[in-house]
Design a protein around this ligand. Structure first.
Ligand SMILES: Cc1cc2nc3c(=O)[nH]c(=O)nc-3n(C[C@H](O)[C@H](O)[C@H](O)COP(=O)(O)OP(=O)(O)OC[C@H]3O[C@@H](n4cnc5c(N)ncnc54)[C@H](O)[C@@H]3O)c2cc1C
Length: 447
């Protein structure tokens, strides 16, 4: 399509001249409106163009165009961000999913395009008896999308985050240059957990481990929060389960605490103090894919498409019990929404090695997630829920907490500097080198 032709709905004269050699530049209202949406449904920043790259040359061309014209660029994976992190007001959204698929296994490593969803990675590796060691609870997220935030799940106490299990990255930097980086390279450390501020990840090499055939999954229920926390500490410290998470369930005004523990072999429950339990044996894949059914139900009833003012914070072990008890005491059903969830689980800090994944000091850190569902067409209510996020974030920060950076939370550059702490200066240094024109970071408030 040429600038000025029918169907060209570009928002400015400059963007009309953007072209890429192999893929597509889409300036239709429909594409721009879709790129201004995400899972959060809270932020709607409309880009001037959506680029669907069919090659690395397309990614470079879009980036070079943006640098020449001072436009923001955001990569978009599955678009499951809660607060416009993958959006770029007046700029270019690069749809990483449209890059040609690369799906290979080489020995005990998978080589995939960054737009691959984790379910697609499993489609590749499980028939070979292999699996990535850490999966997110939801498999429809893209590899690139989770690697820029960390990628955490119940296997993290053993294997760290997904960013700890990457062996090579191909990145198109903010100068349009294609770089391959590995452990020891500054770009490798600037990209993993680096919010997409230094470049667009295009190809990834992932560490694989043998996949177990089956999983035994226990749900251990506790009336007492202290007993639940004590057992979570015990089992994460001694590592008896392959996977540990936890949920706090609000039922008619009372909280029940559920420890979710999975083993791929055997594990003893004898010393644990739960009140009741459920147990289920499944295939390994069915366990990993356990959100599929829930997603279908939420889609059917509609709340999958409602706003999602989610908050994820890391708490230091010493304050976790207090902060959680206080938060639960003041959290009502309407503060979570009908399908909202609260999650809580500890991770051994010694398993976490990604320099930009900032967690509190101590040997154990707790991921505390308030996964709220807001109301469509009720901006006041959604602003109230976002304000609750802000309050908990401030409280956590004052007590030595950090964020897991996938949140509906307005963060200023000063907040980010505090979040990254001593790593902030090295991230800024990497940005000066790899994104000197500051085209990335619009969706994080960091442009
Ligand atoms: C239902 C659900 C369940 C979740 N469960 C978990 C979980 O268990 N564990 C966990 O860790 N997280 C979880 N998350 C959070 C999720 O990991 C993050 O929101 C993630 O960033 C979303 O990935 P995405 O593919 O949707 O990326 P997008 O939302 O499209 O993008 C996210 C960010 O990554 C950037 N980005 C995307 N692709 C690239 C790329 N190739 N190169 C550079 N930057 C890129 C974007 O610009 C943006 O800043 C969950 C989210 C949802 C909605």
């Amino acid at each position: 399509m040429q600038p000025g032709q029918p169907g060209d709905h570009g928002s400015g004269p400059i963007i009309a001249w953007l072209s890429v050699p192999d893929g597509e530049v889409d300036r239709t209202d429909c594409a721009l409106a879709a790129a201004a949406q995400d899972f959060g449904h809270l932020v709607h920043s409309r880009p001037a163009a959506v680029v669907r790259p069919a090659s690395l040359a397309d990614v470079s061309a879009a980036i070079t165009f943006a640098t020449e014209h001072g436009l923001p660029v955001s990569a978009r994976g599955a678009g499951h961000s809660p607060f416009g992190q993958e959006q770029a007001e007046g700029g270019i959204v690069l749809d990483v999913r449209s890059l040609p698929p690369i799906r290979e296994v080489d020995g005990t490593e998978a080589i995939v395009d960054a737009g691959a969803r984790w379910r697609e990675v499993l489609d590749l590796t499980l028939p070979l008896g292999l699996t990535p060691p850490v999966l997110t609870d939801y498999l429809e997220l893209t590899v690139g999308g989770t690697l820029v935030v960390g990628g955490i799940g119940g296997a993290a106490p053993h294997h760290g985050t997904q960013t700890d299990n990457v062996t090579e990255l191909e990145v198109v930097t903010g100068t349009g240059e294609v770089r391959t980086c590995r452990p020891g390279d500054d770009l490798f450390d600037a990209v993993r957990g680096g919010l997409g501020l230094c470049g667009v990840i295009t190809r990834v090499k992932l560490r694989l481990v043998p996949a177990p055939p089956t999983a035994r999954r226990w749900k251990l229920y506790y009336r007492s929060l202290p007993a639940f926390l004590a057992d979570q500490r015990t089992v994460v410290r001694d590592g008896r389960f392959d996977y540990v998470e936890g949920q706090l369930i609000l039922d008619e005004g009372d909280w029940t605490h559920m420890l979710e523990a999975v083993t791929y072999s055997t594990a003893s429950l004898d010393d644990l103090r739960f009140d009741r339990m459920e147990v289920e044996d499944t295939t390994y894949f069915d366990f990993l894919n356990r959100m599929e059914e829930g997603e279908a139900a939420l889609r059917a009833e509609g709340s999958w498409f409602h706003p999602h003012p989610w908050l994820n914070v890391f708490l230091p072990d010493e304050v976790a019990g207090g902060v959680v008890a206080e938060t639960l005491a003041k959290t009502r059903r309407e503060d979570l929404g009908g399908s909202g969830l609260v999650m809580l689980y500890p991770v051994r800090a010694s398993a976490l090695h990604t320099p930009l994944l900032r967690v509190p000091d101590g040997t154990l850190v707790w991921l505390f997630s308030l996964l709220r569902t807001g109301k469509p067409a009720d901006p006041m209510e959604n602003a109230r829920l976002t304000e609750l996020n802000l309050q908990l974030y401030r409280q956590a920060k004052a007590l030595g907490g950090t964020v897991y950076p996938s949140n509906a939370l307005p963060m200023s550059p000063a907040d980010w500097a505090e979040q990254f702490g001593p790593a902030w200066e090295s991230l800024e240094q990497a940005r000066r080198q790899y994104d000197p024109h500051r085209i990335f970071g619009a969706g994080q408030g960091l442009r």
